[in-house]
Design a protein around this ligand. Structure first.
Ligand code: GTP
Ligand code: MG
Length: 345
């Protein structure tokens, strides 16, 4: 019976942290892109989404991630702004997350929006790892492009190593003050009890193999059951942004986190005044590894399965609202769907 078969969806990984601590740069390193450089003052102002397929993760992580050991299709990263004025967007990103990366500048340690992000993760009960970023700024650091952390450690002077260790232990102390028992990730036995700290550099890519390995490992081990979705179920998602698109008028960039959305679907989307009921005209998918926020080369597709970023073109989307739900009607009662969307606004 095809209507009841399930598939494992991509886990959604929210990237949270204080302004300028390197969230977008870390994703740039993973994508091989330069989104941060295109931002005014390197300040992120919207939520983004990027699909990283397992094959890419495996290539970056090297021996640490063998594709045959995993049956999750990859990771969908959600970039969030760290500037203090965007707390709504951080909360929205946190709410979407299955798992999170808290990015902390290893020299600066905890800052106000680090605390805010921790509060979001605590409130939503989202498991997370800490990326202790900018290790390359340690005085006397000898950068080793893209290497796992243990290997780059071996290339550092005693002095550089102990300076970094000092910063890392200070960070572990701050996590402890915030009520989280944490340790360097390779010392963590039980990731459900302790937070793993992964030293990384978004600039040199050092430690990025470790971070990807930890994220894939955690997802595979603890989240497989939650990732099982009905392959034919009606799609459910959240609006990231409402955007004018040439030839399409107002469109909605959304993250779909359940089911599947198809071009012949009717959808209900939360609007400024009332729920919008509309028929999809086109589904536009960003290329793999592309940030939906800056993507220009969308591909027209017939359907999109969760979890994924998608641009939805349909009539009457001008009043759609960022943060509002998107629900496919399919064979459900339209009034029930409208009631659900209204309840979530
Ligand atoms: P918001 O989105 O505004 O919160 O900032 P962000 O956390 O996305 O920071 P972003 O990635 O834009 O980086 C801020 C600045 O830090 C940029 O100038 C980056 O080049 C720099 N940066 C980020 N990561 C690293 C790193 O690992 N090493 C060094 N040396 N610089 C970094
Ligand atoms: Mg950013």
């Amino acid at each position: 019976d095809d209507t009841h078969s399930t598939t494992l969806r991509t886990p959604i990984v929210a990237v949270l942290g204080h302004v300028d601590h390197g969230k977008t740069s870390l994703l740039d390193k993973i994508r091989g892109s330069a989104v941060s450089e295109g931002e005014a003052g390197a300040i992120t102002q919207h939520i983004g989404a990027t699909d990283i397929p397992l094959a890419t993760i495996s290539t970056m992580a090297g021996e640490l991630v063998q594709p045959e050991d995993f049956d999750l299709p990859g990771l969908l990263f959600i970039d969030t702004p760290g500037h203090h004025s965007f707390s709504t967007l951080r909360a929205r990103g946190g709410a979407l997350a299955d798992i999170a990366v808290l990015v902390v500048d290893v020299n600066d340690g905890f800052q106000p929006q680090t605390e805010e992000a921790i509060d979001i993760l605590r409130r939503t009960g989202t498991p997370f790892v800490v990326a202790a970023n900018k290790i390359d700024t340690t005085a006397g650091w000898n950068p080793q492009e893209g290497l796992p952390i243990q290997e780059t450690y071996e290339e550092q002077s005693e002095r550089a190593r102990s300076m970094l260790d000092e910063n890392l232990y200070a960070l572990i102390g701050e996590l402890s003050d915030a009520g989280f028992s944490a340790d360097l990730y390779w010392r963590v036995q039980d990731f459900q009890k302790n937070i793993g700290v992964v030293p990384v550099s978004a600039m040199t890519g050092e430690g990025v193999p470790d971070l990807l390995t930890v994220l894939m490992g955690l997802s595979q081990r603890f989240m497989k059951e939650e990732m099982a979705i009905d392959v034919a179920g009606p799609g459910v998602g959240t609006v990231l942004e409402v955007k004018e698109e040439r030839g399409f008028g107002a469109t909605v960039d959304a993250v779909m986190y359940d089911g599947v959305i198809r071009t012949d679907d009717q959808v209900v989307i939360g609007g400024q005044d009332e729920p919008i009921v509309t028929d999809i005209r086109a589904l536009l998918q960003p290329q793999p590894l592309a940030e939906i926020r800056t993507e220009k080369q969308f591909e027209k597709v017939d359907s999109v399965a969760a979890a994924a970023g998608v641009k939805i073109a349909a009539p009457d989307l001008a009043d759609a609202m960022a943060g509002a739900p998107v629900r496919v009607v399919r064979d459900r009662d339209i009034d029930d769907v409208i009631t659900e969307v209204t309840a979530e606004l």
